[in-house]
Ligand binder design. Sequence first.
Ligand SMILES: [Fe+2]
Length: 258
Amino acid sequence: MAYIKSAALEETGYVVLDRYDQAADPKEWLDLEYVDWKSSGDTRFAPIASKTGTVECGGFWTGENPRTDKDGLWIDSQVAKAPNLVRRALEPGSNVGRCRVIELQPTPYGETLYNLHQDDNNRLNPEGTGWVVRGFFNLSDDQDSFFVLRDNRTDPDGEVRIALPAGAQLIIDTQRLWHAAYHPGPDPRYCLITSWESGPQLDDYIAKHHGVSRIESVQVSDEFLAEGQRIQDEKLAARAAALAARGEREWKPVMSEA
Ligand SMILES: [Fe+2]
């Protein structure tokens, strides 16, 4: 039995929604409690809904009551500080798994390519139910930053680069697409990441906000791309050599966030 998926995400694996008027809301993300949690890049996270209802970032499939990334438990202390973020996460009316703000320190492009990963959103997800995808709402106004999407980690052909000004709203099948954020800084980037279950509610939400499955990539120079690719190659080779020296097998990055 297949999973329920969104037709809007079928072609490219992502949609970009209308831009949200982020400047109209207070900067609630600066009031939240953050925990150190290494993801793709130098990161901290502020969970608002988590597996246990406490301020922690563990995978939903771990520990007691293991489950897929659905039925997140809202954390009262965090919800009280971020009513607008909670309202936006709940707007689709879809089942919410984890809901958290990521804080990403400046990340050069080559590092971003090395950070490319696929999420493990659907472990333990029963077939016949909705496929878990993720919403990314950019909170800080990162005019020079972009989200990188690839079908293949090391193949730049077809790379998509989505701009990340304040109010950018993306929904991505992050288990399908390799993804990571390029962020030149100098300040940290903040983004609300929510796991949603695919289904009619999410489809209606995407339609309501005019989701488009193709955008024009942020333009960068050929030199910029080539240098990033060179650094990715170099870092992957160094990683493979380090693993080989320890007699370990190739590492496949599967992370819970980006
Ligand atoms: Fe991710």
